[in-house]
Design a binder for this molecule. Structure first.
Ligand code: ATP
Length: 822
């Protein structure tokens, strides 16, 4: 089927009805019937021209003021039905204001408070637009919705499934962490794509099947975030691939009104919705107030008391649904791990970006479902996510700016429900953050004091856990460093100042006995030093001698810096690299005066280094773990023992195979240091194998023994006179065995001796053997006294000789007893 291109996007006029290339005349009757039923089926899904004309005629008369319910909008029956079924009857303010212009094909910039229903405000026009264009599955991509986070994209997709269930459009969720190949083959068949910017660009670059020229509608949810510096380059590249003639809808709770941003989007006379209040703002971000039913307050605490406060808060709110926002993934991970160990008495979850995508979705859904739960989250959960009935939003780490504060706080009190938000600030952050909220939002939030009686410190328990679990200690160290890194990388240096933090106390509050080194601070400080030296050098340009000196100094500094970086790079590579693209570290220097002050206060004046860097040890201790790590890095191969059979063929050693498997696994799981748990498991496994093997041998031996005894009894019964012959046979048996073991031929037959003993009948021997059978499970088998018939070649030689030696001793004892008796 060939798709009819619309005359021009942005003016969605009626599309000419699609032409079928068939003729019914001359076709057999059954074919005609089939075609009719097909057409009927299509007509049930697609809009009829009459319906389209009727709806379109009403578009011009849409008046937001007169809209009371969704049925007042000129929506298709399919949309109306789905809205009713989903229990959406009365549109929210942003929906009333924005749906009309969007249906009319205008570009819309929508700003509305968090939880006010912006998702439906753009999904309904998208569905209606495609419906009115008689869009079908084969027409390719008609609308693209971009969201800054995967969870939000997933949420939009779920809402679309609800309100678009009676339509016949195909929709695709294109987010990172999913199967790229799978997406690739199906993308061209999707009519509506919901995607994150990175993944969309990846498909545009790599997928030859993906074609956006058919696209008629672009939606940016959380538009200000999509347009800000983090996504700037990505979004610019995406926009280049879109047809310029399209309709664009932008929605957010903190909308952008920067002209540069809007110019990038090529908007045409956009309609502003909800901007009256926002336009008063002077900044490039238009900010809106938070929901009225949201109670906001803040508390001031030193950084090192945050964990105690958090623990006490959770213990006092066990029957609530809480989101705790922290600055980095590693903090969220550590808090989750240590609080799970501490067992506060409420369900715990953690949602952050470095988790596997399936896990993220599972956690997201878990949090949706549960009514009493605490979720530690980074800002991946701060925008757009619609968690029902969140009682508390606790901003444990200060938000980067007021917009972020709004988005985080807006996870509670959604859609006219009640909620509370508590912002935790350090003394240094208090003034700047509260002033910013006052200036930009005209919001004065309540300062609350914490009752010290209600504070319970989990410090001792945390320290105990960290001492017990090294992996937890490593996690705490990572959390410590990643928090400092996040503070260090913040643009607003007045609000976020690493020098104002008591690092030792903070490390201790996380349960760490030793404060980890913070290499990136040293790095930056040295950079500053280098810049200062360069400036000095420029001033003294004419003086050649001094120039040489400065150059030497510079070289010296650079060499020091390089060696420092190298030394620290081993462990902390991750922390030297600056990953966040939207932060300008160079333009915002660390306050060196403050660093000096801290150094003096801590009594480290003599040292050249800043006090924030724990002094380096003279020489590194060489530990076994470090050596093992080195060996692993060099990929040294441990020698292996090969066994050969008589023909010279290599024998497969089960244990070696097992070891190899385990080593492979350990390399996958843990490629640094020694994995004690795994080694222990390996030893256990080997032990089990040995025991099993030994049991089998003993069993075999006992079986043979019994058979022989039985034979003997029978022979004794049947022919008492053939005793001499029997003796000879026994001697021969001993002889044959002696080929493999110690020569015992000179000894008398033990059976003879035992038989002569009073009360040592064959029955007794048999019952003992039966008991052996029962006890075969035990590896500790002492009933080997009669094992003169052991002919198992598989048995290791040392074991055989041991058994034979033991036999010899017993026999000797028996002989001695016999001699004494005689
Ligand atoms: N007209 C409506 N009637 C009843 N409930 C609605 C209506 N519109 C939206 N909702 C519900 O309100 C909640 C919030 O909607 P939504 O997530 O779209 O808000 P939002 O404005 O996008 O929030 P944020 O700014 O945080 O992204 C959802 O649970 C949604 O189902």
């Amino acid at each position: 089927m060939q798709k009819q291109k619309p005359k021009g996007a942005g003016k969605p006029g009626p599309r000419p009805p699609k032409q079928g290339n068939h003729k019914s005349g001359g076709k057999p009757q059954h074919q005609f019937k089939q075609k009719r039923s097909k057409e009927f089926a299509i007509s049930k899904l697609a809009a009829t021209d009459a319906e389209i004309a009727e709806l379109r005629a009403k578009y011009a008369d849409i008046d937001a003021g007169s809209i009371k319910t969704f049925s007042d909008f000129p929506f298709s029956q399919k949309t109306k039905r789905a809205l009713t079924e989903s229990k959406y009857t009365v549109p929210t303010e942003v929906q009333r204001q924005s749906i009309g212009p969007a249906l009319q094909g205008k570009d819309v910039l929508g700003a509305a408070i968090t939880g006010s229903g912006k998702t439906l405000a753009f999904l309904l026009p998208v569905l209606e637009h495609l419906y009115m264009q008689k869009w079908s599955r084969t027409d390719g991509v008609g609308a693209i919705i971009i969201s800054p986070t995967r969870e939000l994209a997933y949420q939009i997709f779920e809402t679309l499934k609800k309100v678009g269930k009676h339509h016949d459009f195909s929709a695709g969720l294109i987010i990172g962490g999913k199967n790229l190949k799978f997406e690739r083959t199906r993308m061209d068949q999707c009519n509506i794509l919901i995607c994150t910017p990175g993944r969309l660009l990846q498909h545009m670059d790599e997928n030859p099947l993906f074609n956006t020229t058919t696209m008629e509608m672009l939606v940016l949810d959380e538009a200000d975030r999509c347009l800000d510096m983090g996504f700037e380059k990505c979004l610019n590249s995406i926009l280049e691939n879109f047809p310029p003639e399209r309709q664009t809808l932008l929605f957010s709770a903190t909308q952008t009104n920067s002209l540069a941003d809007l110019a990038r989007l090529n908007l045409k006379e956009p309609v502003y919705v909800g901007y009256e209040q926002a336009s008063k703002q002077t900044s490039s971000k238009a900010l809106l107030a938070l929901p009225e039913l949201l109670q906001q307050s803040y508390v001031v605490l030193p950084l090192e008391e945050k964990i105690t406060m958090l623990w006490s808060f959770i213990k006092n709110h066990l029957k609530q649904k809480i989101i705790v926002f922290v600055a980095s993934c590693k903090q969220a991970k550590y808090l989750y791990e240590i609080f799970c160990k501490l067992r506060p008495g409420v369900g715990l979850l953690a949602l952050y970006g470095t988790l596997h995508q399936d896990r993220r979705i599972a956690i997201y859904e878990d949090f949706l479902r549960k009514s009493h739960v605490v979720m530690f989250a980074t800002d991946v959960a701060s925008r757009g996510l619609d968690f029902p009935a969140v009682n508390w939003v606790l901003q444990l780490d200060c938000p980067e700016d007021v917009a972020q504060y709004i988005h985080r706080a807006g996870r509670s009190a959604r859609n006219k429900t009640r909620g509370e938000c508590l912002l935790v600030l350090t003394p240094n952050e208090e003034k700047h953050m509260i002033d910013a909220l006052q200036d930009q939002l005209n919001l004065s939030i309540r300062n609350v004091q914490i009752d010290p009686k209600k504070l319970f410190s989990p410090r001792v328990k945390i320290e105990a856990f960290l001492a017990q679990f090294p992996e937890l200690r490593a996690s705490a160290q990572r959390a410590f460093l990643s928090y400092l890194k996040s503070v260090f990388l913040m643009r607003n240096k007045r609000l976020f100042n690493v020098a104002s933090l008591n690092l030792d106390a903070y490390a201790q509050s996380l349960g760490l006995a030793v404060t980890p080194r913070v290499p990136f601070i040293r790095h930056h400080w040295l950079q500053k030093q280098k810049e200062q030296l360069q400036q000095q050098g420029e001033k003294k340009d004419e003086d050649e001698d001094e120039d040489v000196e400065v150059e030497q100094q510079k070289q010296q500094q650079l060499t020091n810096f390089a060696s420092d970086s190298e030394e620290s790079g081993d462990e902390d590579d991750d922390f030297i690299k600056i990953k966040r693209r939207d932060h300008d570290v160079e333009g915002a220097p660390v306050d060196l005066a403050a660093l000096d002050a801290v150094r003096r206060a801590t009594g480290d004046e003599d040292e050249e280094e800043t006090p924030l860097v724990v002094p380096k040890r003279e020489a590194k201790l060489v530990t076994k773990a470090a050596l093992a790590k080195k060996a692993l890095k060099k990929q040294l191969q441990v020698n292996s023992k090969l066994k050969f059979d008589d023909e010279g063929e290599t024998l497969a050693d089960e244990r070696n195979q097992m070891k190899a498997l385990a080593t492979n696994k350990s390399q996958q799981d843990d490629d640094g240091g020694i994995n004690l748990m795994l080694s222990k498991a390996l030893l256990n496994e080997e032990d089990q194998y040995d025991k099993q093997r030994f049991r089998e041998l003993v069993k075999k031996r006992h079986k043979l023994q019994r058979e022989k005894l039985r034979k003997k009894v029978e022979e004794q019964k049947s022919d008492g006179e053939d005793e001499n012959e029997e003796e000879e046979q026994d001697e021969m048996a001993v002889d044959s065995e002696s080929e493999n073991s110690v020569d015992l031929s000179w000894l008398p037959d033990p059976d003879k001796i035992y038989n002569k003993k009073p009360g040592s009948g064959v029955e007794k021997q048999q019952s003992a053997d039966e008991q052996d059978d029962v006890e075969d499970g035990d590896s500790d088998d002492d009933n080997d006294s009669g094992s003169d018939d052991d002919d198992d070649n598989d048995e290791p030689a040392f074991k055989k000789s041991r058994i034979t030696q033991r036999l010899t001793l017993l026999d000797t004892e028996a002989i001695a007893a016999n001699l004494l008796a005689s």
